[in-house]
Design a protein around this ligand. Structure first.
Ligand code: ATP
Length: 251
């Protein structure tokens, strides 16, 4: 392998000076970070801080106003088709077609991603995620918690090497949420997959994230490992760091 190839593959995701403007105001500006294989990075910020906009740009759903996004060494949007099949996402704000059963929905996504042996993959994945009994239920008739586990199955169907998660445990009961977090951490470690998550759940972030990016009004306010952030800001929990950011002076 040559040096160019290794440099290309050393980061799963690189974001450089990323910005998005809606009309006169910037939702995200000057954002730079990178995620390596097997790493879990969390985006934290108040409502409107720019988390969803950032994730949407990384997924190629929103076009950046400035900056650069590189996925597996391929630059977006120009080379998106060379990279996006290795990515997947889950968001509580995106509903799967309600009339299709869980099995039908997951088969559609398995087809879209070109997953080998799709029938077996759907069943095996649902078994792993403990939702096998939902396979033949119409997706629209599931509870919010059941839907978010199905959304997670959809997000994992292609064994993504970058998994983007917006509020991954938002509607789950505490025990299921705990189980899902553990499962995701094991997935990241065993598959050496990168996870990028946005969450308002500080304990979730403390438990899962290797790196935390604190966004304030679209700009990076601070970054670091959870314990580094606690030490730097002299706080006992990430929630206290978050509140310090929320109350900080400045733009
Ligand atoms: P939340 O925690 O509430 O989900 P967020 O951190 O995900 O917030 P974004 O949804 O990224 O925040 O929004 C960032 C800013 O961009 C907000 O001020 C929002 O109003 C604005 N914004 C987002 N999408 C659009 C859009 N399509 N058109 C105009 N403004 C938008």
């Amino acid at each position: 392998m040559n040096a160019a190839c290794c440099e290309r593959e050393s980061w799963v995701l690189r974001v450089e000076a990323l910005g998005k403007r809606f009309g006169a105001s910037w939702a995200v500006r000057g954002l730079s970070f990178a995620i390596g294989r097997g790493q879990i990075v969390a985006l934290l910020g108040a409502n409107g801080a720019g988390k969803t906009t950032t994730l949407a740009m990384i997924l190629g759903l929103v076009e950046p106003s400035e900056g650069r996004i590189t996925l597996f060494g391929h630059e977006l949007p120009r080379e998106r088709y060379r990279a996006l099949h290795r990515v997947n996402f889950s968001s509580p704000y995106v509903d799967l077609p309600a009339r299709l059963t869980v099995r039908q929905n997951l088969r559609v996504y398995a087809g879209l991603y070109g997953v080998p042996r799709p029938r077996e993959r759907v069943v095996a994945l649902c078994r792993e995620l403990g939702i096998e009994e939902l396979l033949d239920r119409p997706t629209g008739r599931l509870s919010a918690g059941q839907k978010s586990r199905v959304a997670l199955a959809k997000a994992l169907i292609n064994r993504p090497q970058l998994l983007v998660l917006d509020e991954p445990t938002a509607s789950l009961d505490p025990e299921t949420a705990h189980w899902v977090r553990g499962w995701l951490v094991r997935y990241a470690r065993s598959e050496r997959a990168a996870l990028l998550l946005a969450s308002h759940n500080m304990q979730e972030v403390e438990r899962m994230a290797d790196q935390v990016l604190l966004l304030r009004r679209g700009r990076l306010w601070d970054r670091g490992r959870p314990e580094e952030l606690l030490a730097r800001h002299g706080r006992r929990s990430l929630e206290e760091v978050f509140l310090a950011m929320a109350r900080a002076d400045g733009p």
